[in-house]
Write a protein that binds this ligand. Structure first.
Ligand SMILES: [Zn+2]
Length: 313
């Protein structure tokens, strides 16, 4: 068999706020092994040791399968440039100026690719998920905040020095409410799952601490008026924001990810309807709004795929 026909394998590492997810992934997207390690309340050193352990575990599994990994891909919260997490990962202690690429390429003697977690999830959906075979894609993840990734002409676009594409922080109300980013009226402040919960608690008079996204979705399905109103507004806000991306980028697909995107097709349909209501028909004529399909595997799959260079970034 010619060398170029041989299947390649990679370590995919997804560093989150409370855990490191890890997987051994083949170039065609099969997950041969996956695991999760806890990093809640961990220090910088402990997080680095956990990533190190994750790679060792993957290597061990690769040996069992009699294959070798050809590289390591890592997704991390924060601003990532040239393999270094510069900062902006507020959930991780001391996660500032962390040269992940150098640390692990020296330790394991393999190429290491690092990018921001939302970018990496987006790469996962483009390479193996809901936006396979698309070149122009907007990926949005709706959770505590709103993150995202932009793909243009088959390439990830991160802005100059990879500091952009904060898709949750486009302004949808210039006189609006304050946002965590220091700005005002951002999409995230209105349309994150946290915002949905806050809005529902205010309208229903229930205790915010006892409510999560799933709770609001269940009440919505029962037709409870406050839940119906809040979900309609939530998807309306999202559609407003996404319409701006559609008018700017004319994507083939807008992929909606994050926990709440798994609520059901009705959720995607509501966002889709509102997106097309507010976007310019000529810009949206080739656009489809779809749900992410990789769930919480998008991170390590996208991380691994950076090794295979299916998406140039
Ligand atoms: Zn903001």
């Amino acid at each position: 068999m010619a060398i170029q026909d041989k299947m390649r394998y990679a370590a995919g590492i997804d560093v989150g706020g409370t855990s490191v997810k890890l997987a051994l992934v083949s170039e065609d997207g099969n997950i041969l092994f996956e695991d999760k390690l806890d990093i809640s309340k961990a220090t910088r050193e402990e997080i680095l040791n956990t990533i190190d352990l994750a790679i060792i575990k993957i290597n061990k599994e690769a040996n069992l399968f009699d294959v070798q990994i050809s590289g390591i891909g890592i997704g991390s919260p924060g601003i990532v440039f040239e393999g270094v997490v510069l900062g902006g990962a507020d959930n991780l202690n001391g996660w500032v100026n962390v040269p992940l690429r150098n640390i692990f390429s020296e330790k394991f003697g393999l190429p290491v690719y690092v990018d921001n977690d939302a970018n990496v999830m987006g790469i996962g959906e483009v390479v193996y998920g809901a936006a396979r075979n698309c070149t122009d894609v907007i990926f949005i993840t709706v959770g505590t905040g709103i993150g995202g990734a932009i793909f243009m002409n088959g390439q990830l676009y991160g802005g100059y020095k990879n500091r952009g594409t904060e898709l949750g922080h486009i302004v949808i109300d210039h006189k609006g409410i304050d946002c965590n980013c220091g700005g005002r009226g951002c999409l995230e402040a209105y349309a994150s799952t946290s915002a949905l919960i806050r809005q529902y608690a205010e309208l229903s008079g229930k205790d915010e601490a006892t409510i999560d996204g799933r709770y609001v979705v269940e009440r919505f399905k029962e037709g409870e008026p406050p839940a119906v109103k809040c979900m309609q507004e939530h998807t309306d806000y999202l559609g407003h924001g996404i319409a701006s991306f559609v008018n700017t980028f004319a994507p083939q697909k807008v992929v909606i990810g994050g926990g709440i995107s798994e609520a059901g097709q009705f959720y995607i349909d509501m966002i889709s309807a509102s997106t097309f209501r507010y976007s310019m028909p000529d810009c949206a004529s080739n656009t489809e709004v779809v749900g992410a399909i990789l769930g919480n595997k998008a991170g390590f799959l996208g991380a691994a795929s950076m090794v295979f260079k299916n998406v140039i970034n």
